[in-house]
Design a protein around this ligand. Structure first.
Ligand SMILES: Cc1ncc(C[n+]2csc(CCOP(=O)(O)OP(=O)(O)O)c2C)c(N)n1
Length: 345
């Protein structure tokens, strides 16, 4: 295994002083180390991977220096739905690099970091263009983030989801975002001994709201509830004014705000400083509600049920989830079929 500080140190030695990207579970230890060891302007977690590349371009053209951009390989596509555990994306990534004519080196747990980076920087100097460092699963040893977050929130995501499932009606249609929200929702349906019926957005981070918009428009007699995360909303925030302009009366957009990318290691988002109410209203949502505890969730739900949508419901939550959280035992294809059957039923 490679200690995150080893790669960080080797990049620094090669002149990299600026880091940007979107975190990922395979890179979590490296991302946490970078976050703890960079100043506020030397490491910026962007809303999506395209922003990170653009920011690095800005840095390069302003300074002439090289920046490091990190992302998971699905970030390369950003619009494509991925298979579970990223099997397909992992398999095709080297070929994708070849197609894009981007040279790459591979880093794995037994690599000699200095040697691999020597190759990377040689290619970079030869081509004067980006070079990719493909990091294999299990490359980094553990690094625990030192960052502490203050919050008034009392509930964890799964508590809120459990509660929301009690408040929703059986014919409501649920669309859940990428990461642990979908994993927990799947587990809760099992816990409640109910059939799977929710659309779990596996991959396609940031697109749950647009999927929900599509479902809402063509199922106007049923309430559609999008269970979103703050990182996901930020990633494709452009979806909000589109929802606002179309005004789906049956759409409730729930954002579980833990101000973090909790699913991939808890790296911070900027959502602790965001005024989602102003954003929702300016985007054309017809109402905004906020809760940070169980009584608040219940109280808001009663009111928003009577309110024509699109409704934005921000629920402040604490970071955290169970260490033995599983993954859906059915395939995305099976989940999609179950959802489609539920829509028709
Ligand atoms: C395009 C893309 N980039 C990065 C990821 C990795 N990823 C999966 S879940 C997640 C965090 C989602 O954060 P948020 O929506 O706030 O939900 P939370 O994990 O906090 O519940 C990230 C970064 C991804 N799946 N797709």
């Amino acid at each position: 295994m490679i200690q995150p500080e080893k790669l960080f140190g080797a990049l620094k030695k090669n002149g990299v002083a600026f880091f940007t990207g979107v975190p990922d579970s395979l890179l979590r230890h490296f991302c946490a180390f970078v976050d703890d060891h960079c100043g506020i302007r030397d490491h910026i977690i962007t809303a999506n991977e395209g922003n990170a590349v653009a920011l690095a371009v800005g840095y390069h053209i302003a300074t002439g220096k090289v920046a490091a951009v990190y992302m998971q390989n699905s970030g390369l596509g950003n619009t494509r739905k991925d298979e579970p555990q990223h099997v397909k994306q992992g398999r095709i990534t080297p070929a994708q690099m070849d197609l894009l004519e981007v040279p790459y080196e591979v880093l794995s747990s037994d690599s000699d970091v200095e040697q691999v980076l020597e190759q990377v920087f040689q290619k970079l100097n030869d081509t004067q263009a980006p070079v990719t460092l493909l990091v294999r699963k299990g490359t980094f040893s553990e690094y625990k983030s030192q960052r502490q977050v203050q919050t008034l929130a009392t509930l964890m995501r799964k508590d809120v989801l459990r509660h929301l499932l009690k408040l929703t009606e059986p014919k409501d249609l649920l669309i859940s975002t990428t990461g642990k929200t979908s994993r927990e929702l799947f587990e809760l349906r099992v816990e409640r001994q109910e059939s799977q019926r929710d659309f779990l957005t596996v991959g396609g981070m940031g697109h749950a709201a647009s999927i929900a918009l599509g479902v809402a428009l063509w199922n106007s007699s049923r309430r559609v509830i999008c269970l979103d995360g703050d990182g996901s909303v930020l990633m494709h925030m452009g979806a909000l004014p589109i929802i606002g302009s179309i005004q789906p009366k049956n759409l409730v957009h729930v954002v579980l705000n833990n101000a973090a990318h909790e699913s991939v290691g808890g790296q911070p988002t900027v959502a602790d400083r965001l005024d989602f109410e102003a954003i929702a209203r300016a985007s054309g949502y017809s109402a905004y509600f906020q809760a940070h505890d169980q009584a608040g969730v219940e109280h808001c739900w009663k009111q928003l049920k009577a309110q024509p949508g699109p409704v934005f419901f921000e629920i402040k939550i604490k970071k955290g989830s169970s260490a033995d959280l599983g993954r859906p035992t059915s395939t995305p294809e099976q989940n999609k079929q179950a959802f489609m059957q539920y829509v028709r039923g």
